[in-house]
Design a protein around this ligand. Structure first.
Ligand code: SAH
Length: 229
Protein backbone atom coordinates (compact mmCIF):
# COMPACT_ATOMS: atom_id res chain seq x y z
CA UNK A 1 0.00 0.00 0.00
CA UNK A 2 1.12 3.57 -0.63
CA UNK A 3 1.31 5.83 2.42
CA UNK A 4 1.17 9.61 2.71
CA UNK A 5 1.47 11.97 5.66
CA UNK A 6 -1.19 14.55 6.45
CA UNK A 7 -0.90 17.45 8.84
CA UNK A 8 -4.39 18.82 8.39
CA UNK A 9 -7.89 17.58 9.04
CA UNK A 10 -10.82 19.43 7.41
CA UNK A 11 -14.21 18.35 8.69
CA UNK A 12 -14.01 14.57 8.44
CA UNK A 13 -11.48 14.65 5.60
CA UNK A 14 -7.68 14.61 5.60
CA UNK A 15 -5.69 17.02 3.45
CA UNK A 16 -2.39 16.28 1.69
CA UNK A 17 -0.17 19.22 0.84
CA UNK A 18 3.17 20.19 -0.73
CA UNK A 19 5.61 17.24 -0.82
CA UNK A 20 2.75 14.82 -0.32
CA UNK A 21 0.91 16.13 -3.39
CA UNK A 22 4.06 15.68 -5.47
CA UNK A 23 4.55 12.22 -4.07
CA UNK A 24 0.89 11.37 -4.82
CA UNK A 25 1.29 12.39 -8.46
CA UNK A 26 4.52 10.46 -8.90
CA UNK A 27 2.76 7.34 -7.65
CA UNK A 28 0.02 7.87 -10.26
CA UNK A 29 -2.74 6.84 -7.90
CA UNK A 30 -6.09 6.44 -9.62
CA UNK A 31 -9.39 8.00 -8.52
CA UNK A 32 -10.78 4.83 -7.00
CA UNK A 33 -7.59 3.47 -5.56
CA UNK A 34 -7.17 3.34 -1.79
CA UNK A 35 -4.05 4.38 0.11
CA UNK A 36 -2.92 4.94 3.67
CA UNK A 37 -2.70 8.37 5.30
CA UNK A 38 -0.65 8.85 8.46
CA UNK A 39 -2.09 11.55 10.68
CA UNK A 40 -1.06 12.26 14.28
CA UNK A 41 0.15 8.75 15.08
CA UNK A 42 -2.74 6.99 13.39
CA UNK A 43 -3.13 5.48 9.92
CA UNK A 44 -6.30 5.75 7.86
CA UNK A 45 -7.37 3.96 4.74
CA UNK A 46 -8.40 6.71 2.32
CA UNK A 47 -9.57 7.52 -1.17
CA UNK A 48 -8.91 10.80 -3.01
CA UNK A 49 -12.06 12.94 -3.25
CA UNK A 50 -10.57 15.99 -4.90
CA UNK A 51 -7.15 16.16 -6.57
CA UNK A 52 -6.05 19.76 -7.03
CA UNK A 53 -2.76 21.35 -7.95
CA UNK A 54 -1.88 22.34 -4.39
CA UNK A 55 -3.80 19.86 -2.29
CA UNK A 56 -5.60 16.56 -2.21
CA UNK A 57 -8.71 16.02 -0.15
CA UNK A 58 -8.96 12.47 1.21
CA UNK A 59 -12.05 10.65 2.35
CA UNK A 60 -11.48 8.32 5.30
CA UNK A 61 -12.78 4.82 4.69
CA UNK A 62 -11.37 3.05 7.72
CA UNK A 63 -8.81 3.29 10.51
CA UNK A 64 -5.93 0.84 10.15
CA UNK A 65 -4.07 -0.76 13.03
CA UNK A 66 -0.81 0.87 14.02
CA UNK A 67 2.20 -1.30 14.83
CA UNK A 68 4.47 -0.15 17.62
CA UNK A 69 7.65 -2.07 18.53
CA UNK A 70 7.57 -3.63 21.98
CA UNK A 71 11.05 -2.33 22.66
CA UNK A 72 11.97 1.32 22.90
CA UNK A 73 15.48 1.75 21.60
CA UNK A 74 17.56 4.90 21.78
CA UNK A 75 20.54 4.87 19.42
CA UNK A 76 23.50 7.01 20.50
CA UNK A 77 25.31 7.14 17.20
CA UNK A 78 28.72 8.78 17.03
CA UNK A 79 28.41 11.02 13.98
CA UNK A 80 30.33 9.56 11.07
CA UNK A 81 32.86 11.68 9.22
CA UNK A 82 30.72 11.12 6.12
CA UNK A 83 27.37 12.59 7.15
CA UNK A 84 25.62 10.63 4.44
CA UNK A 85 26.37 7.48 6.43
CA UNK A 86 24.19 8.88 9.22
CA UNK A 87 21.47 9.59 6.63
CA UNK A 88 21.61 5.91 5.70
CA UNK A 89 21.49 4.75 9.33
CA UNK A 90 18.47 6.95 10.07
CA UNK A 91 16.57 5.69 7.04
CA UNK A 92 17.14 2.02 7.86
CA UNK A 93 16.62 2.53 11.59
CA UNK A 94 13.24 4.18 10.95
CA UNK A 95 12.13 1.16 8.95
CA UNK A 96 13.34 -1.18 11.69
CA UNK A 97 11.48 0.62 14.49
CA UNK A 98 14.03 2.81 16.28
CA UNK A 99 12.43 5.06 18.92
CA UNK A 100 14.99 7.82 19.41
CA UNK A 101 18.19 8.93 17.69
CA UNK A 102 20.90 10.88 19.50
CA UNK A 103 23.83 12.16 17.42
CA UNK A 104 27.01 11.90 19.50
CA UNK A 105 30.21 13.89 19.17
CA UNK A 106 33.21 11.77 20.18
CA UNK A 107 36.99 12.01 19.77
CA UNK A 108 37.05 10.47 16.31
CA UNK A 109 33.58 11.48 15.10
CA UNK A 110 32.53 14.34 12.86
CA UNK A 111 32.81 17.22 15.33
CA UNK A 112 31.17 20.33 13.85
CA UNK A 113 28.17 20.80 16.07
CA UNK A 114 26.44 23.47 13.97
CA UNK A 115 26.67 21.30 10.86
CA UNK A 116 25.05 18.44 12.77
CA UNK A 117 22.26 20.71 14.05
CA UNK A 118 21.72 21.88 10.47
CA UNK A 119 21.59 18.29 9.18
CA UNK A 120 18.66 17.56 11.52
CA UNK A 121 16.21 18.99 8.98
CA UNK A 122 17.42 16.51 6.39
CA UNK A 123 17.23 13.68 8.94
CA UNK A 124 13.62 14.58 9.74
CA UNK A 125 12.82 14.47 6.01
CA UNK A 126 14.46 11.07 5.75
CA UNK A 127 12.39 9.85 8.71
CA UNK A 128 9.19 10.99 6.97
CA UNK A 129 10.15 9.22 3.75
CA UNK A 130 11.01 6.03 5.62
CA UNK A 131 7.73 6.20 7.58
CA UNK A 132 5.81 6.26 4.32
CA UNK A 133 7.93 3.48 2.91
CA UNK A 134 7.29 1.25 5.89
CA UNK A 135 3.81 2.26 7.05
CA UNK A 136 5.10 3.56 10.36
CA UNK A 137 2.84 6.01 12.19
CA UNK A 138 5.25 7.65 14.67
CA UNK A 139 8.42 9.46 13.70
CA UNK A 140 11.83 8.67 15.18
CA UNK A 141 12.65 11.39 17.71
CA UNK A 142 15.82 13.12 16.55
CA UNK A 143 17.64 14.81 19.43
CA UNK A 144 20.19 17.61 19.50
CA UNK A 145 23.83 16.47 19.35
CA UNK A 146 25.52 15.58 22.66
CA UNK A 147 29.13 14.96 23.66
CA UNK A 148 30.08 11.38 24.46
CA UNK A 149 31.10 12.36 28.01
CA UNK A 150 27.52 13.50 28.66
CA UNK A 151 25.78 10.23 27.77
CA UNK A 152 24.42 8.39 30.79
CA UNK A 153 23.08 4.87 31.32
CA UNK A 154 19.48 5.98 31.90
CA UNK A 155 17.88 2.99 30.18
CA UNK A 156 16.90 -0.40 31.54
CA UNK A 157 19.67 -1.97 29.40
CA UNK A 158 22.66 0.17 28.44
CA UNK A 159 24.82 -1.25 25.70
CA UNK A 160 28.11 -0.15 24.24
CA UNK A 161 28.90 -1.76 20.90
CA UNK A 162 32.56 -2.35 21.30
CA UNK A 163 34.82 -4.29 18.99
CA UNK A 164 37.91 -3.87 21.18
CA UNK A 165 36.83 -5.34 24.48
CA UNK A 166 35.92 -8.95 24.93
CA UNK A 167 32.43 -8.01 26.09
CA UNK A 168 29.20 -9.95 26.32
CA UNK A 169 27.70 -11.70 23.36
CA UNK A 170 24.26 -10.77 22.06
CA UNK A 171 22.74 -13.90 23.63
CA UNK A 172 23.76 -12.60 27.07
CA UNK A 173 21.81 -9.34 26.76
CA UNK A 174 18.59 -9.23 28.77
CA UNK A 175 16.30 -9.38 25.77
CA UNK A 176 13.13 -9.26 27.84
CA UNK A 177 13.93 -5.64 28.68
CA UNK A 178 11.72 -3.02 27.00
CA UNK A 179 14.02 -0.01 27.08
CA UNK A 180 17.50 -0.03 25.54
CA UNK A 181 20.21 2.54 25.04
CA UNK A 182 22.84 1.55 22.47
CA UNK A 183 26.06 3.48 21.84
CA UNK A 184 27.87 2.94 18.53
CA UNK A 185 31.25 4.39 17.57
CA UNK A 186 32.22 6.32 14.42
CA UNK A 187 34.29 4.92 11.51
CA UNK A 188 37.49 5.08 13.55
CA UNK A 189 35.91 3.55 16.65
CA UNK A 190 36.11 4.78 20.26
CA UNK A 191 39.36 5.75 21.93
CA UNK A 192 40.48 3.53 24.82
CA UNK A 193 39.58 6.31 27.25
CA UNK A 194 36.06 6.65 25.84
CA UNK A 195 35.42 2.91 26.13
CA UNK A 196 36.62 2.96 29.74
CA UNK A 197 34.53 5.99 30.60
CA UNK A 198 31.32 4.47 29.26
CA UNK A 199 31.98 1.14 30.99
CA UNK A 200 32.70 2.89 34.28
CA UNK A 201 29.39 4.70 33.94
CA UNK A 202 27.62 1.36 33.59
CA UNK A 203 27.38 0.65 29.86
CA UNK A 204 27.95 -3.02 29.09
CA UNK A 205 30.27 -3.87 26.19
CA UNK A 206 28.71 -6.09 23.57
CA UNK A 207 30.67 -7.76 20.81
CA UNK A 208 28.99 -8.77 17.56
CA UNK A 209 30.58 -11.89 16.17
CA UNK A 210 32.62 -12.79 14.28
CA UNK A 211 34.04 -9.75 12.43
CA UNK A 212 34.65 -6.03 12.72
CA UNK A 213 31.74 -4.23 11.08
CA UNK A 214 31.34 -0.81 9.58
CA UNK A 215 29.54 1.48 11.98
CA UNK A 216 26.35 1.45 9.90
CA UNK A 217 26.34 -2.35 9.74
CA UNK A 218 26.85 -2.53 13.51
CA UNK A 219 23.98 -0.09 14.27
CA UNK A 220 21.51 -1.68 11.91
CA UNK A 221 22.40 -5.22 13.03
CA UNK A 222 21.91 -4.55 16.74
CA UNK A 223 18.59 -2.78 16.11
CA UNK A 224 17.31 -5.63 14.03
CA UNK A 225 18.36 -8.17 16.68
CA UNK A 226 16.90 -6.25 19.64
CA UNK A 227 13.59 -5.43 17.96
CA UNK A 228 12.99 -8.95 16.71
CA UNK A 229 14.14 -11.01 19.70
N1 SAH B 1 38.39 1.29 13.17
C1 SAH B 1 37.93 0.39 14.20
C2 SAH B 1 36.56 -0.14 13.84
C3 SAH B 1 35.49 0.78 14.15
S1 SAH B 1 33.97 0.13 13.65
C4 SAH B 1 38.88 -0.76 14.31
O1 SAH B 1 39.75 -0.87 13.49
O2 SAH B 1 38.73 -1.54 15.20
C5 SAH B 1 32.90 1.38 14.16
C6 SAH B 1 32.03 1.04 15.33
O3 SAH B 1 31.15 -0.01 14.99
C7 SAH B 1 32.75 0.58 16.57
O4 SAH B 1 33.20 1.65 17.35
C8 SAH B 1 31.64 -0.21 17.29
O5 SAH B 1 30.77 0.65 17.98
C9 SAH B 1 30.91 -0.83 16.13
N2 SAH B 1 31.37 -2.18 15.80
C10 SAH B 1 31.95 -2.61 14.67
N3 SAH B 1 32.17 -3.93 14.69
C11 SAH B 1 31.71 -4.36 15.88
C12 SAH B 1 31.66 -5.65 16.50
N4 SAH B 1 32.10 -6.73 15.91
N5 SAH B 1 31.11 -5.71 17.73
C13 SAH B 1 30.63 -4.63 18.35
N6 SAH B 1 30.67 -3.40 17.81
C14 SAH B 1 31.19 -3.26 16.59
Amino acid sequence: MHFFISEEVRGDKLVLKEEEVKHFRVRRIGKNETFGVIYEGKIYLCRALKIEKKEILCEIIDELSVKIPEKKITLYQCVTVELKTVDFIIRQATELGLHRFVPVISERSFRKKEAIVKRKEKWKRIVREAMKQSGRAHPVIIEEPVYLEDINPVHEENILLDNFTDGMRVRDINLSSKDFGVVVGPEGGFSKREGELLREKGFKSVLLEPYTLRTETASISILSILINC
